[in-house]
Design a protein around this ligand. Structure first.
Ligand code: ATP
Length: 284
């Protein structure tokens, strides 16, 4: 694997994870170039969240020889061991994960300012005494995601979609080079979902930030991400242009869940774009 400033944003090799005898990830390998916006899709239980948690170094894989994750040229984990300097790597990665999103009793702006944690003394964060220019940066980030007027509200008073956008603002303040969003639009109404996805897409396009987003709703994956990685039972079964995914492929991928996933309305066997080059074959 590459170890330089020009390294891919994400390199995953032969990642396997077993929970009490159950294979949640099975030999998953792929790379994401800097500046890409990639959707991770798959049926419920296919391993999307497990993969996202591995990518951010929250859990270690099985101790399989050759199993490795690198981010921005540095190791996140290798052969089942999290890298010792994982904190340094995490400082460059923004996470929009339900379980870490916001501290409800703190104001939105304080939550966003925790994005500067890596560069600020802890006492400033604990006492809430942030520098004026940090506050201005946080406000600018909130402005950018469209929720500046909520800056001084308690985070718990925000709607689900606004909370996701506040988490994205935190990643902006953090100057994250990679944003990982795990099901950021699950349980949002269509308008809020669209706003969250628009925000991620804009940051990707304007700043060149790499975005990996796991999505249950396939129509959003196809609309916002030119590349899709699909998992089925812990295996990578498709990696290629979203435009080349046919509804038949999606039906095989989702089985009986097909009614719930927001299948795009198009000819069942036809690809979304006639010119699309085929990705890796769907081996479900
Ligand atoms: N901590 C854990 N302990 C035991 N099994 C787990 C654990 N985390 C995940 N699993 C199992 O691993 C498999 C993959 O789960 P995961 O949550 O990654 O799927 P997912 O694709 O994100 O599903 P969903 O779309 O429903 O969130 C499932 O069978 C799940 O039950």
């Amino acid at each position: 694997m590459t170890d330089s400033a020009s390294a891919p944003a994400i390199e995953v090799a032969r990642l396997t994870k077993t929970f009490r005898g159950h294979r949640a990830l099975d030999g998953v390998s792929f790379q994401v170039a800097r500046g890409e916006m990639v959707a991770l899709i798959g049926a419920s239980g296919s391993g999307k969240s497990t993969l996202m948690r591995h990518l951010s170094g929250l859990i270690a894989s099985d101790r399989t020889e050759g199993g490795e994750i690198r981010m921005l040229g540095g190791s996140v984990q290798k052969n089942g061991r999290i890298a010792r300097d994982i904190r340094r790597r995490r400082a460059r990665i923004g996470v929009v994960f339900q379980q870490f999103n916001l501290v409800g009793r703190l104001t939105v702006i304080t939550n966003v300012l925790t994005g500067t944690l890596g560069s600020l003394p802890l006492w400033r964060v604990i006492t809430g005494r942030f520098r004026r220019d940090d506050r201005m940066r946080a406000l600018a980030a909130l402005e950018r995601v469209g929720i500046a007027e909520w800056a001084h509200r308690r985070a718990s008073t925000l709607s689900g979609g606004q909370q996701q956008r506040a988490a994205i603002a935190r990643a902006l303040v953090q100057q994250a080079e990679v944003i990982m969003a795990d099901e950021p639009i699950a349980s949002l109404d269509p308008e809020s979902a669209r706003r969250v996805m628009d925000t991620l897409a804009r940051i990707n396009a304007e700043d060149g930030t790499t975005v990996v987003v796991s999505l249950h709703q396939v129509d959003y994956a196809l609309r916002y991400c030119s590349r899709v990685i699909a998992l089925a039972k812990g295996r990578l079964v498709y990696d290629g242009p979203s435009a080349a995914l046919t509804n038949d492929m999606l039906a095989r991928l989702y089985g009986t869940e097909i009614e719930d996933i927001g299948l795009p309305v198009r000819d069942r066997a036809a690809p979304a774009a006639a010119s699309a080059s085929a990705g890796q074959a769907l081996a479900v």
